[in-house]
Design a protein around this ligand. Sequence first.
Ligand code: NAD
Length: 337
Amino acid sequence: MIQVAINGYGTIGKRVADAVALQPDMEVLGVAKTRPNFEAEMAIEKGFPLYAAIEDRADQFAEAGLEIAGLVDELIADADVVVDATPSGIGAENKTLYEDHETPALYQGGEDADIADVSFNARSNYAEAIGVDHVRVVSCNTTGLSRVIAPLREAYGVEKVRATLVRRGGDPGQTGRGPINDILPNPVTIPSHHGPDVETIFDDLDIDTLGMKVPATLMHMHSLNVTLEEEVDADDVRDLFADESRLFLIPERFAIDGSGKLKEYAMDAGRPRADIWENCIWEESISTVGRDLYLFQGIHQESDVVPENVDAIRAVLGEADAETSVETTNETLGIGL
Ligand code: NAD
């Protein structure tokens, strides 16, 4: 059994912990938190040993009536691998802790690419992370773009990608974020940082991205234009995507007109936290004009990277090839709407 430590138990960390607990070959050794809050209480209720991430604040857990198993240092020392899911920039500060214990580490997309030896997306470059000690699981948006670009490159060749990312202002729990009533070019400079981030997965890709922020919390929305190397029928692209396990083609008959109904569908489907691990591509939006492909896709920012983290764990430990890992992860989580 792979013993997994999760350092940073927030939006991403708690989802990764639940996903790891479902794997037949993994166990949650413990989760580290900075302070006792509802998520700390839930971790204990779920049976995850709780560790204090900051020594000076360890007493706060006992004061809140929460029993901790120890300090993060002990957790990292005992783990086979650590998933760092701390806020952007903190992962870089934690790197020496992981190096000191020679514990392989996964970082999240908020960290700079140079924190790790490999940026990871299971569909696109799983094999590059095999046996690598420091791997960055790319952001929600980069994950969403990579899952679409990889099969297109393989099937038709990609000359150029142009993507406009309409980004949620904040996650539902991020009460301090905005905008509240505005539409921001964000970042206002072009290209946005997302394009170069996708190039950490495909280093020879030509991609320009533009970002905006809107007052929404549920999902991101991508408007995508891919110039292929050959003329392709839209139906063929639909067939290509239908074979991809982490692409969900929203059928026209579902009458899902936006991210609100998508989340409603996820709730009806009994998804934990209404998570949608798959890219959600509107089937009727898939169109071609000559060599240009167009589509709209919804990306659930809080959850699409979760199966990728599970696969990255197997990759860094050399425990499975891409196909076996993805299949196991998909089956245990119930991926495939
Ligand atoms: P979050 O704020 O929801 O959770 C981070 C958790 O880490 C919090 O519980 C926080 O208290 C804790 N923490 C802070 N400092 C810590 C420390 N020193 N040691 C241990 N824990 C510490 O953040 P998140 O949204 O889960 O983001 C985590 C990472 O995942 C970031 O790199 C982010 O860019 C990336 N990411 C986030 C999303 C998203 O939409 N939320 C999507 C993909 C990737």
